[in-house]
Design a protein around this ligand. Structure first.
Ligand SMILES: [Zn+2]
Length: 317
């Protein structure tokens, strides 16, 4: 059987929040079978916990934030994306502030942190969400959709009215049973527009943003002197975000996620739609010995443990 995963030992890292600009430390700790992904704020008198779930998402303005007002934790999506990529089912994320640090704006620092903690397989089978029917949500011209697929694929299209965005770099599809999250997605950084910075800052957002943790665009061009990490880094970052948003389910998805101009809000709406259409999916386990699921099981294991997930050292610079 494919087993649930946690980490072997506690690890921590520090950085600043993209939006609040405050220095925070996060500590990742092993968790028990079926515990899920637990965020725990430790900087307040009363320690508060929030379990990752579609309902836990309370704010989707510029990031995905979970929890209630005083126990809020913002910008969880890049860490969630890394947890999804490493197939972590159970983990405790302790944080001494209200926002997960932005690090370099991508998820590779979190992948690196998880690699340091080492993965531990647990004595219980891992549950996957198997998409059986199309589920779609729309907001004007934007849409996000799940379709049945024998693996996990993300197909994303963006469209910004800005000269840097071209048709050839606005769409990417990645099939994660054949392609590596680490090489294809994990290094893609968050991005923002100069024109919006002042407005965002006056609303208490983007205060920790800098050229060290974001790609910044003025009216015509990218202002970071070292350019892009991928030719189509913007859409790849949207895939990174979507994978993190979808992992609020707490389970890996077997299906195809397709999106046009989607973001945190619509990604979350799709999860809520999924929850209310129980006939369109089921929770399954995979077993290499079971002829019905052996093919998926072997391909999943290969993507997790094979070369696709071992490329850390080469790409981390
Ligand atoms: Zn992001």
């Amino acid at each position: 059987m494919i087993r649930q995963r946690t980490i072997q030992k506690s690890v921590h890292t520090s950085g600043v929040g993209l939006h609040n600009g405050e220095k925070v430390t996060i500590t990742l700790k092993p968790a028990e079978i079926d515990q899920g992904i637990i965020f725990r704020r430790t900087d307040q008198k009363k320690v508060s916990e929030v379990k990752a779930s579609p309902d836990a998402v309370k704010d989707t303005k510029m990031c995905s934030a979970i929890g209630q007002d005083t126990s809020r934790i913002a910008t969880v999506e890049h860490l969630m994306s890394a947890l999804s990529a490493k197939g972590i089912d159970n983990i405790i994320v302790e944080i001494d502030g209200s926002e997960v640090p932005i690090m370099d704006g991508s998820s590779i620092p979190f992948i690196y942190l998880l690699q340091t903690a080492k993965i531990r397989e647990q004595e219980s089978s891992k549950k996957f969400v198997l998409i059986k029917d199309v589920i779609e949500v729309k907001d004007k011209d934007k849409w996000a959709r799940f379709e049945p697929y024998d693996g996990f694929k993300v197909d994303f299209t963006i469209d910004f009215p800005h000269p840097v965005f071209t048709e050839s770099t606005n769409q990417v599809a990645v099939d994660f049973y054949n392609e590596s999250y680490i090489t294809e997605i994990s290094r893609a950084r968050t991005f923002g527009f100069m024109q919006e910075v002042e407005y965002l800052r006056s609303n208490g957002l983007a205060r920790g943003g800098s050229l060290d943790n974001a790609i910044v665009l003025d009216e015509y061009k990218i202002i970071n002197s070292d350019g892009l990490r991928y030719e189509d880094e913007f859409v790849r970052h949207k895939i990174l975000d979507a994978i993190g948003d979808l992992y609020m389910l707490g389970h890996s998805i077997i299906g195809n996620f397709k999106a046009y101009k989607s973001g945190h809000e619509l990604n979350n709406k799709l999860l809520l739609a999924l929850q209310s259409h129980k006939e369109s999916w089921s929770l399954i386990t995979l077993n290499s010995q079971d002829p019905k699921t052996s093919d998926l099981a072997n391909r999943y294991l290969n993507s997790m443990n094979g070369i696709l997930n071992q490329e850390m050292i080469e790409v981390y610079q």
